[in-house]
Design a protein around this ligand. Sequence first.
Ligand SMILES: [Zn+2]
Ligand SMILES: [Zn+2]
Length: 355
Amino acid sequence: MAKTMKGVVLPGNSTVEFRDYEIPTPGHGEVLLKMKSSTICGSDIRAIYHEHLGKGPEGYQGVISGHEPSGQIVECGPGLRRFKKGDRVIVYHISGCGVCNDCRRGYMISCTSEKFRRAYGWQRDGGMAEYMLAEEKDLVALPDSLSYTDGAQIACGFGTVYEGLEKVGISGNDRVLVTGLGPVGLATLMLAKAMGASYLIGIDGVPERRELALKLGLADAVLDAGPDNAAQVKKLTDGAGCERTIDCSANDKARLTCIQAARKWGKICFIGEGGTAAFQPSPDIIHDQKTIYGSWVTSIWKMEELVERIVRWGIHPEDLVTHRFPLAEADKAFALMAGGRCGKVAIAFDEELSK
Ligand SMILES: [Zn+2]
Ligand SMILES: [Zn+2]
């Protein structure tokens, strides 16, 4: 095996830098992964690629980027309890302290230990390299029927969406509105449909995204983003509105649409990060008995549960990936993703690249 590898660092000026690294050796409780697929997240673009915006959990510390990693274990450190060489895995993208209350709930995303909470691709090396070091406790098994790119999609985006959908509960009783049809919005449509939603509406201002939602068969109707969206949604739902609405756009107008287009007694979930929201509590939520939820990433047990259900539902998160690039073309991959006229973009390796 080679001794060094290339890794991608994001300097924060809308460029990509390739640096040489020694291939790490796994210590106690750690594994070395041969990377197979590493997808680019909206948060990589928002908080790292253009500008290093984040603080705390979103503070990027100049490490190898990529927090949506999936790969195969090629080397094991001592003391492993479950996983072994050759296993295909997804990495839950935050390594927590393991002993705070949030970690004990499986939500390492909100681990409260400043010293030990380190997210892959933010505070510790992530998946935009040939190899990656991970802790065994952060691994989720990837079944043979799912591809590594399916796995990379689950590591962040699909896990995050599933958590939000589980919070509001989705069944065949529900018509679902999704605002923002980037990768997270498309994932929301895909999972809501698999969970039984009986009618799905998507809203986005970018025509390519609306077309993709229709082409993939994920939405029954799509609307261009605009001031009449709430009325248009009501028209499509017999005047009632949607039982469940999910904002994946972080746009304040779209958030208001989600609130106003939700049916009486409906549930609204905010997944998209950043921005602001403005609404009138009495007419918009109180008098219509509506509830707004916020949802941030997911727990590792729920991610494991999601993997099991995705297999049972027979869906493939990788269907949302419209472009695959080799690591050496990471600059093109990030530029494309930043432009927004695409679905999900993956840095792919080996068998995942030739698909
Ligand atoms: Zn992400
Ligand atoms: Zn913790």
